[in-house]
Design a binder for this molecule. Sequence first.
Ligand SMILES: [Zn+2]
Length: 384
Amino acid sequence: MAAVRFELLQRCPHTLARRGRLHTAHGTVETPVFMPVGTQATVKTMAPWELAELGCQILLANTYHLHLRPGEDVVAAAGGLHSLMAWNGAILTDSGGFQVFSLADLRKVTDDGVEFRSHLDGRPLFFTPERVMAIENALGADIIMAFDECPPYPSSREYVEASLRRTLAWAKRCLAAHQRPAEQALFGIVQGGEHRDLRQQAVAALVELDFPGYALGGLSVGEPKPLMYEILEWTTPLLPADKPRYLMGVGSPDDLLEGVQRGIDMFDCVLPTRVARNGTVFTSRGKLVVRNAQYARDFRPLDEECQCRVCQTFTRAYIRHLIHTGEVLGIRLTTYHNVHFLLNMMEQVRQAICAGQFLQYKQEFYEKYGYNEGESRRGEGVLR
Ligand SMILES: [Zn+2]
């Protein structure tokens, strides 16, 4: 019995977009899906019942952070992540690779693993594929990710090649070390930078290992957006159609739409929750910085078209006041609205795919939201 089962329901007649269903032991996930990020086993400021109320079916937690605090032994003693955080929906844990390479004080990368120092207290740590699998097995998420190396952009081709060779060897070792394949689905991660042949090589090697799902890594790490879209165009069609495809670290509304169009089923990003804590919200008419003084006497909701409880209840003026005075309710409300915005957008995307109207939906969305390449927000995609 596999830990997850992917059901492909419908394909868009005009693009690579697909409508599917991912069955897990903690419920069914309708795809394409956006997964809110709960770095420390909490989607910052949100109670699990609020996430459930918004229709969230799966969220992400970070292996590296949970290993540091509270430690996987504490999580396991609590009965696993679901039980610790009182979340009955599905959970995906990343492998910590991204954080190790971007956050920690890196000491040494060898074929065996990575030596680094904790970003919290500087204590030395050593991650190998086997170690990371043991941590993820103890955390107990429904979907776990293989330990990979995420090379920065730009990197020399030589470096990307060497790094890919390591990542592919580590993928094999992760499979061999994974102790709970019947309960946790291990996804492989396609690296290869911006090199088409390396991406192809990565897909071929991983598909041969027959993972229950595949992620595209090393994207949204500073490369221009058109390049990311091009890499998706080369890569997703090579992946098996009957397995879910996950684009890691991507979550701006335009990137979600462009990713769906290119055949991606799953996304995650800290973007909606992080910008919310800065007083920025997504609306159907584009981004709005509600903490700005111009909203001090604006008694309209954050988004006049939004059906969420925040928009049905509160005004921009009130939320602006809360954020301005540092009241915690302010960032709770902006977070709630932003998570609703992306989950609701993906619900509409799924409906549009079913109706054969995905491109139409995308165009209408952009017309209102105000998409332009110039506002392409490099940097935001790096947040994770
Ligand atoms: Zn709202």
